[in-house]
Design a protein around this ligand. Structure first.
Ligand code: PGA
Length: 246
């Protein structure tokens, strides 16, 4: 088994924070599946509006986006520096929904990741191919291009999220995911290959979590839909924890 600690990240996107997350995790943690765990890393990604509330509840919190510039004329944006000030420890960079909705390019994503590192915020950098790209046999080339220019020599996390599996209920098979994760790992600088975590994202749920997490190059999940359901998210954490013990 790898020495990389599992990371389960709840990406709530533009959805209300699940009420269970706001049960104070400093007290009875059994009521809050999102609370920090000793043996695996659990991080939540609420909307900007709920970042503070989640931190007040004792959760480890990340932002879904951060602007690379420290401040300036960027209406509607929040900078990495501001995220740092408020206490965010993680940030998502280049989620496919942001690449699509906000036309973020690979260069933008690299700039975000570099700015996050400068602020000592841990970037989770999302990459992944569309269905069309996979069907044409271009999946590896697409991912390779997305990796280019990223600060991979630093302490970052990669999330492989095939676009066709996000929010669709379709999941890559564990074999497909493992193949791509192994390919991504082969692209990392040699001295970072063993230590960099690569998460799987795309309809990860209770039914497939164990099969995914069993794969040698899958180090956790970036979980959307299923993370909004506290019970389901809690079960996925249990699955990950059992796998560490066994
Ligand atoms: P999903 O989302 O689990 O709902 O597919 C994952 C993600 O987009 O991060």
């Amino acid at each position: 088994m790898s020495e990389r600690t599992f990371l389960l990240a709840a990406n709530w996107k533009m959805n209300p924070t699940p009420a269970a997350a706001l049960v104070n995790a400093h007290g009875d943690q059994s009521k809050n599946p999102y609370h920090p765990h000793a043996d695996i890393d659990v991080v939540v990604f609420p909307t900007f509006l709920d970042v503070q509330r989640c931190m007040d509840a004792g959760l480890i919190v990340g932002a879904q986006y951060g602007h690379p510039e420290v401040s300036g004329a960027h209406t509607g944006d929040v900078s990495m520096a501001m995220l740092k000030t408020i206490g965010c420890r993680y940030v998502l960079c280049g989620h496919s929904e942001r690449r699509n909705d906000h036309k973020e390019t690979d260069n933008d994503v690299a700039a975000q990741a570099i700015a996050a590192l400068e602020q000592k915020i841990h970037p989770i950098i999302c990459i992944g191919e569309t269905l069309e790209e996979r069907e044409k046999g271009h999946a590896e080339a697409v991912v390779k291009k997305q990796l280019k220019g990223l600060p991979l020599e630093s302490d970052v996390t990669i999330a492989y999220e095939p676009v066709w599996a996000i929010g669709t209920g379709k999941t890559a098979t564990p074999t497909q995911a493992q193949e791509m994760h192994a390919f991504i790992r082969s692209q990392l600088p040699k001295d970072r290959r063993d230590s960099t975590r690569i998460l799987y994202g795309g309809s990860m749920k209770v039914e497939n979590a164990e099969a995914m997490l069993k794969q040698p190059d899958i180090d956790g999940g970036l979980i959307g839909g299923a993370s909004l359901k506290p019970e389901e998210f809690g079960k996925m954490i249990e699955i990950a924890e059992k796998m560490i013990i066994n």
